[in-house]
Design a binder for this molecule. Structure first.
Ligand SMILES: Nc1nc2c(ncn2[C@@H]2O[C@H](COP(=O)(O)OP(=O)(O)OP(=O)(O)O)[C@@H](O)[C@H]2O)c(=O)[nH]1
Ligand SMILES: [Mg+2]
Length: 403
């Protein structure tokens, strides 16, 4: 049911609202991310509309005047899709769709669509399809029915592609079926995980596009797909890694994002089991991204949701090769130095200082500081290993003695 063929870039308009507790800079960053998501899904952003309001309009999300502007732009420029930065209520979606007469998507929709496009194995496809059905269910009534749904493209992959399917009962049955399918695969996966014995398990976690798969390839000589688009990885890859004679398992899995749709977190529970059952987390961060602190927050939030926040964690700040501080003019008496002006050395003296020994700074692509990385991971894994097998600690030398 999910199609993943490449399509020509669709012309897209983005819409975002600045609320009281946000500033314009934040909205710009959010829309930058939404644009990256759109590009990943196969769209080209031709214009952004933003509006300051205390609360989004319950009927049309943005104000009606603004909506008229959007409507004429859409009409004049033959825009196929309008994407909103937040999740729209089913009612908002219906109202807006009547006014604009084009495809209306929200952030959740877009992310679900990318997942559908990216899902490679039947397992990932089943999980995505479940999330799509859960999202679709409350929105069935009159959803885009006046539009030609067979056109395809962004937001049109997956369930709901034909009008016949816009029936709650069918979708409910489908959800039940998908759930039982996932349950069966879950059992198989649990057996597989059980067969791996008691080897220490390390999971790479982090925001999407931070370099988890690239790092996985460097440490395990595997060949996981890595790409400068969002959600390159959906399926979990597990590899055996050996450092100084000590074998352990490393898993690379789906990346996280701000406001990851709850339906996805729910249906990817089993994929996320890999994280939940890990002994050690390597939280990979793209330090070259201007918003990396917020990314850390989002990841921690999701780790909290899946009850994995208190696991031993090493913070891995990646892409140090690409890190650039904004130049600071010392002669400018008015300008104040902000985080954007920090060098990596200055960053290390901020809250990162508290992370101390548990922070590593690397470039996976240039293989910078990989020695330090290996040693640090070895030390941690060895500690967990000898706690588990106290009788064979002599097999593994102290970290100073490994080559
Ligand atoms: N400059 C620089 N780029 C890097 C580095 N590591 C990874 N990248 C690039 O960052 C992009 C994303 O890398 P991935 O390894 O696919 O990232 P990921 O975290 O697995 O992403 P998802 O699977 O999409 O969540 C790719 O274009 C990589 O080439 C690095 O150390 N420096
Ligand atoms: Mg990846």
């Amino acid at each position: 049911m999910i199609e993943k063929k490449d399509i020509a870039l669709e012309k897209v308009v983005l819409i975002g609202v600045i609320t009281q507790d946000q500033d314009e800079e934040t909205l710009k960053e959010y829309l930058d991310e939404l644009e990256f998501l759109t590009y990943t899904a196969g769209g080209e952003v031709v214009k952004r509309y933003t509006q300051k309001m205390a609360m989004p309009n319950p009927k049309t999300f943005i104000g009606t005047g603004k909506m008229d502007d959007v409507a004429s732009f859409v009409k004049e420029n033959d825009i196929g899709t309008v994407i909103f930065d937040d999740e729209l209520t089913p009612a908002q979606e219906r109202n807006i769709s009547k006014i604009l007469n084009c495809k209306i998507l929200d952030r959740t929709n877009l992310i679900l669509d990318i997942f559908a496009q990216r899902a490679q194995t039947s397992y990932a496809r089943t999980q995505v399809e479940l999330a799509q059905c859960e999202y679709l269910l409350p929105r069935l009534k009159g959803m885009w029915t006046h539009l030609e749904r067979q056109k395809g493209g962004i937001g049109m992959r997956g369930p709901g592609e034909t009008e016949i399917e816009t029936d709650r009962r069918i979708v409910r049955d489908k959800i039940a079926l998908l759930k039982s399918k996932i349950k069966t695969i879950d059992k198989q996966m649990a057996v597989q995980r059980g067969n791996r014995g008691k080897m220490v398990r390390v999971a790479l976690v982090g925001y999407t596009n931070v370099g988890k798969s690239t790092l996985m390839n460097v440490i395990s000589k595997s060949d996981v797909f890595a790409e400068n688009k969002l959600f390159a990885t959906l399926d979990t890859t597990v590899r055996k890694v050996v450092i100084g004679n000590l074998p352990f398992l490393v898993s690379d899995t789906v990346g996280f994002i701000r406001k990851l749709p709850t339906q996805l977190v729910e249906s990817f529970k089993s994929t996320l089991d890999e994280v939940r059952e890990a002994d050690l987390l390597l939280h990979v961060v793209d330090i070259s991204h201007s918003n990396f602190e917020e990314h850390i927050e989002s990841v921690n939030q999701i780790l909290d949701d899946i009850k994995s926040k208190d696991k031993p964690t090493i913070m891995v700040f990646n892409k140090i090769d690409a890190y650039e501080a904004e130049p600071f003019d010392e002669d400018d008496l008015i300008a104040e130095r902000t985080e954007a002006n920090y060098s990596i050395e200055e960053w290390k003296r901020t809250w990162m200082h508290r992370v101390g020994d548990n922070a590593l700074f690397i470039s996976a692509i240039n293989k910078e500081n990989m020695d330090e990385f290996r040693k640090r991971v070895y030390k941690e894994v060895r500690e967990i290993h000898v706690t588990r097998f106290p009788y064979n600690h002599f097999l593994y030398p102290d970290v100073e003695d490994i080559e």
